[in-house]
Design a protein around this ligand. Sequence first.
Ligand SMILES: NC(=O)c1ccc[n+]([C@@H]2O[C@H](COP(=O)([O-])OP(=O)(O)OC[C@H]3O[C@@H](n4cnc5c(N)ncnc54)[C@H](OP(=O)(O)O)[C@@H]3O)[C@@H](O)[C@H]2O)c1
Length: 219
Amino acid sequence: MPTVLITGANRGIGLEFARQYSSGGWHVIATARQPNAELDALGVTVELLDLADPDAVAAFHRKIEAPLDLLIANAGTNQPMNGDTAEDARAWQAMMMINAIAPYVLARSLLPRLADAEGKAIAISSGMGSIGDIGPGWVPYRTSKAALNMAWASLALEARPRSVPCVLLSPGWVKTRMGGSGAQITAEQSVADMRALIDRLTIEDSGKFMRRNGSEIPW
Ligand SMILES: NC(=O)c1ccc[n+]([C@@H]2O[C@H](COP(=O)([O-])OP(=O)(O)OC[C@H]3O[C@@H](n4cnc5c(N)ncnc54)[C@H](OP(=O)(O)O)[C@@H]3O)[C@@H](O)[C@H]2O)c1
């Protein structure tokens, strides 16, 4: 039975990944900040992890002893919206940890377990992290996803000797708490598309930043 580790799996896109991989027969290790009834109902393995906590993030790999077929670094925040005040600046610092630094530290420490399974490392980025396709507003979020993109592209280089593909995916504009009810697609559709793409990824795709249909996004 293949194993997938999904961060931020208690709601939104992460919960939908947990649902779909679990019903597809995978062993799902789902991380959340708090115990969660919906994850318990799925019968998946739940591990508590706050990505804002550097000690917890750096130590987490010790909990994963078996080969890991797939890591989905999904957890993320879009707050603060702006960088105007000292309070915004503090929240922006925390966001950089949650959205960019923690995914990299976690993935790097799990590379041996991923290599054991010839596994793949996926980060859920965003088109808003693209400098080549920049738009207005949401500057903290854009910078955090651009930083995630650089960290994951660097991870791809580091993971190449172990043949672990490291790929950044944009899920589209998805109806979740973050995406809002006016978003274009459901989490079910986004995750189904991303799962199909993840299945097809090879080492040749490592270091790419892709839409869920597999087309590449400008950096
Ligand atoms: N929805 C969209 O349209 C869209 C578009 C592009 C990219 N994305 C990306 O897709 C990913 C999932 O987003 P979503 O739409 O599913 O958002 P969501 O419904 O807001 O879910 C965010 C998830 O991240 C977790 N999280 C936030 N801060 C955390 C922390 N400090 N430690 C651990 N977990 C934390 C949340 O846990 P709590 O419940 O504990 O807060 C929750 O599980 C994110 O990386 C997001 O940037 C989303």
